[in-house]
Design a protein around this ligand. Structure first.
Ligand code: NAP
Length: 312
């Protein structure tokens, strides 16, 4: 194993995706822990998010998941790496980018690699419903294991923040707000992006427990009808969940509609609950947020969003 130098006595962790949701949460938690030098990989060291990370005490390093040499250079003298790949920007290329990352981790003698993966949904459903953003991540997890890299994996549930971006409740003529997808009455595991970082930081802090393990990050595991009731109670408006059948959802015509339709269908049919992941998440990070506590903190922002969708 290669010798590691820890300037100032602190190990260095490279965080990929640090200017985004998951990596940003991880970078913040690692900085808050005061245990590490936090190095953030970005394609643009001049972006607003990159400069904010620098102001918060992180080191910035330019690199691209398409360029393995840039990743090896970024990992120089690192103890650990947090890895996240972004299907929704690169689609099928996510696999080769993930391979570059994993190959760079192997070449750099990284002692703890934490990869944001997901279960293989095609396999769960016997090949019936391909969900490339999950299936590629599952293949990358296998590739990491084949390369015998000291790694942990996190499987992050559907973000609460998706209600801000992909699925904002829309006002209908009856005065109620609706969100909908093909999840049916099956529980949908969810979590706030804000809680990913504290969990990953704990995994880095306790390699003796978490190396070679997969941890599901889950803050709530309820039905969408229950989520709608929580939103209604906290926001003081009526929010309803509307089940949309897979075939109808996949024909909605937006990019990724079929992929997401399949994702919900696999969850609806094959993932009845994630109670064990929820309990482990709260054990690792007792400050884990329920949808209700997260909504209370973001109520103003949420009401503003509902207002905007009303007049869209
Ligand atoms: P995000 O907020 O859109 O951020 C994407 C990050 O990836 C940015 O920091 C960007 O950095 C970096 N990036 C993109 N292409 C890169 C490249 N070629 N080289 C280096 N860095 C690159 O994304 P996110 O939500 O954190 O993560 C996305 C992943 O989460 C997806 O693959 C998705 O499947 C998975 N996921 C999503 C959910 C959900 O509910 N939405 C749940 C579980 C898993 P720069 O632009 O600074 O270079």
């Amino acid at each position: 194993m290669q010798q590691h130098h820890f300037p100032g006595g602190r190990p260095t962790i490279l965080v990929t995706g640090a200017t985004g949701a998951q990596g940003g949460s991880v970078a913040r938690a690692l900085l808050n822990s005061n245990r590490y030098n936090v190095r953030c990989l970005t394609r643009n060291v001049h972006s607003h998010n990159a400069l904010t990370l620098r102001l918060a005490g992180a080191e910035l390093v330019a690199g691209d998941l398409d360029d393995k040499d840039s990743l090896v250079a970024a990992m120089k003298d690192c103890y650990g790496v947090f890895g996240v790949t972004n299907f929704w920007e690169h689609f099928g290329k996510e696999f080769s980018q993930g391979q570059n990352l994993i190959d760079a981790v192997a070449a750099s003698g990284i002692r703890h690699f934490i990869f944001s993966g997901l279960p293989g949904y095609a396999e769960l459903a016997g090949g019936q419903f391909p969900v490339p953003h999950c299936d590629i991540k599952a293949a990358l997890e296998n590739y990491t294991r084949q390369r015998e890299i000291p790694a942990s994996f996190v499987h992050i549930a559907f973000y609460y923040e998706n209600f801000f971006s992909f699925f904002p409740p829309q006002k209908k003529d009856d005065g109620c707000f609706y969100f909908g997808f093909p999840q049916g009455n099956t529980r949908l595991a969810m979590a706030s992006v804000e809680d990913i970082g504290p969990i990953v930081a704990q995994l880095f802090a306790c390699p003796e427990i978490y190396l070679h393990r997969t941890v599901g990050v889950v803050g709530e595991d309820r039905t969408c009808r229950e989520y709608a009731a929580i939103m209604s109670r906290v926001l003081g408006v009526t929010v309803r969940y509307h089940h949309i059948q897979r075939d109808i959802f996949s024909g909605l015509g937006f990019p990724g509609a079929e992929e997401l339709a399949n994702m919900f269908e696999v969850q609806r049919l094959y993932i009845p609950q994630r109670s064990a992941d929820l309990m482990e998440s709260y054990c690792i990070h007792p400050g884990m947020q329920s949808l209700e506590s997260w909504l209370v903190r973001h109520k103003h922002q949420f009401l503003q969003l509902l207002n905007e969708t009303e007049y869209a």
